[in-house]
Design a protein around this ligand. Structure first.
Ligand code: NAP
Length: 317
């Protein structure tokens, strides 16, 4: 027999745990399926578990470590009666109510849980280069978010990898702090929009390394530079920098929902603007799985609050 719940929250980053705090305080006894560690870059708590210091989350004037912030949110959700289980949702069926959620045997006709409402907060991942020593260097000179980490590189030299709008936006932002930013792109032409290209070319602090790909990181415990390979000649050289920002795109964690919820062309979950409503009534989405614009911990948390309130009101009516 499946266990029936009023509300199930899938995912445990800032969005999911904020939704858990709010729905728990609304006496909905939420079940949070927090995920489980399957690799160093995929673990409960989301992307903040891979961050060191977070200085832009309001309420922490001296900053807070990413994992500590997530543990605090988790403790807060538990305090109000949320139940958190360390496993993954492996299959869902949103075709009828109550919704069905499987966390173990996906071939079993009976789901593990049924729920009146579901909040999806499975987040997104920055696409990485998958090079040796990459994950341990994240937060130690290696970053995927200039807004979050640019401040730490005042008067230092930085490399940005990528040739799209994100890479040039990150590069431009980083010139506020860095003494020099080198954009490393694998081709000789950028993918970014013309206006972003014009801005970058006009910025005296930005240099380009064309036809170049990063094939290794220098530094064992902290970034000291990158090994760059010329894609035309195959020649390799070291580029000494204090920070490396990877900006080659993001991937929302939507595999589970492909045939159950409407997705946008870019793969993110579609929500009704200004709300957390998805294409299925009773299923709500928040955080980076539906946000390809802001991608901040605080906006994820804010949207988790929205999803909790939307779900609570929907259940009530
Ligand atoms: P994107 O447009 O897909 O660009 C990714 C870039 O990374 C491309 O230049 C690509 O190279 C490179 N790349 C991909 N995989 C790589 C790898 N393994 N190694 C090295 N380089 C790799 O992604 P994005 O820049 O994140 O932008 C995503 C969307 O958001 C776009 O539609 C963009 O316009 C939009 N966006 C807009 C703004 C803005 O308007 N302010 C800001 C950010 C993003 P190739 O070019 O060779 O494929």
């Amino acid at each position: 027999m499946p266990e029936h719940r009023q509300i199930i929250i899938i995912g445990s980053g800032p969005a999911g745990l904020t939704a858990a705090v709010y729905t728990a305080r609304a006496s909905l006894a939420p079940l949070v399926v927090e995920g489980e560690p399957s690799s160093m870059s995929d673990q409960p708590g989301g992307q903040l578990m891979l961050t060191t210091e977070v200085e832009n989350f309001p309420g922490f004037p001296d900053g807070i470590m990413g994992p500590e912030l997530m543990m605090n949110m988790r403790t807060q959700a538990l305090r109000f009666g949320a139940e958190i289980i360390t496993t993954k949702v492996r299959r869902v069926d949103f075709s009828e109510r109550p919704f069905k959620v499987w966390t173990d045997n996906v071939d079993h006709p009976e789901p593990t849980y049924t729920a009146e409402a579901v909040i999806v907060s499975t987040g997104a991942q920055s696409i990485m280069l998958d090079l040796p020593n990459e994950v341990p260097l994240i937060g130690h000179g290696l970053s995927t978010c200039a807004t979050c980490d640019g401040f730490f590189f005042r008067d230092q030299e930085i490399a940005v990898v990528g040739g799209g709008d994100s890479a040039l936006e990150e590069a431009g932002f980083l010139t506020k702090f860095a003494s020099k930013v080198t954009v490393i792109h694998r081709r000789d032409a950028l993918r970014a929009s013309q206006i972003m290209q014009d801005r970058a070319f006009a910025n005296p602090k930005i240099e380009f390394r064309w036809n170049s790909r990063v094939v290794g990181y220098l530094g064992d415990t902290k970034i000291a530079g990158v090994v760059v390979e010329d894609t035309v000649t195959g020649e390799r050289s070291d580029l000494r920098v204090d920070g490396v920002f990877i900006a080659i795109g993001h991937r929302p964690n939507t595999d589970l929902f492909q045939s159950h919820l409407e997705l946008l062309d870019n793969g993110y979950l579609k929500t009704t603007p200004g709300t957390s409503y998805t294409s299925v009534e009773g299923v709500f989405a928040c955080g980076d799985v539906q946000d390809f614009t802001y991608r901040q911990a605080i906006t994820a948390a804010g949207s988790g609050c929205m999803a909790a309130i939307d779900a609570e009101r929907w259940l009530h009516h």
